[in-house]
Design a protein around this ligand. Sequence first.
Ligand SMILES: NS(=O)(=O)c1cc(-c2ccccc2)cc(-c2ccccc2)c1
Ligand SMILES: [Zn+2]
Length: 263
Amino acid sequence: GYKWTYSGPDGEHHWSKHYPYCGGAFQSPIDIKSELLRFDPTLRPIEVQNYNLSPDEQLTLGNNGHALQISLPSKMHISSLRYRYSAAQLHFHWGSSSRIAGSEHMVNSKQYAAEMHVVHYNSDKYPNISSAVDKSDGLAVLGVLIEVGEFNPTFEQFLRFINGIKYRDQKVQVPGFNIRALLPARLDEYYRYDGSLTTPPCYPSVLWTVFRNTMTVSQKQFNALATALYSSSAQESATIPLHSNYRKAQLVDSRIVLASFKE
Ligand SMILES: NS(=O)(=O)c1cc(-c2ccccc2)cc(-c2ccccc2)c1
Ligand SMILES: [Zn+2]
């Protein structure tokens, strides 16, 4: 597709010129404000299956020019939703070493250091992710807000390979690890709303689940994520640092944001 960036002439205010959905309704991320929330007692704890991957399995860690991403086996899935949603990939959005705040979702206008998205597609209804990506019940993304604090040994399981994917389109194989350990302990407390991909083509196809509780990484780990990558390729002479790869909060309009817990 057409090149897009997070700043400058191809930045988010220009996305809709080539990706019309980006200027449409049901966009993500949003600022999750307490006054918007409605407690929904029917929201069950999220249940994930096969997230604890053996180190014998290889995962592809890559730099797609816009984010650090890890491919995931489709045996990993969410089993507590109306349909089975099978995992496709996980990736991160982050700030910069000078401006730590880089999450996409905000809670009461607080922007966190970074955010992880675990992307799943409705494998009950669609044969593959490409056919699911633009369907209103096509995707389910788990969002985890990230704070700087304690060192995160699970995060280290892929971070230690980051210098192998410094440039766009570089990929390395990494041993599998327990992806469940990247999620918060409590999967029963989360925000839920209907939204979109936060990058072009911005399809309004995502059932969003943003966990109430955060993940922590150490300052050193955050700096590594925020400073190691470039959005330019190894062949290009001009290196472009990859950071602040977050979309700003979008209008909620008349959408209801549900909470699985009482404040
Ligand atoms: N931020 S997100 O969760 O809405 C998201 C989902 C998917 C996605 C991935 C697989 C299937 C379907 C959708 C891809 C991206 C993406 C991020 C950076 C660069 C390009 C694409 C972002
Ligand atoms: Zn994302």
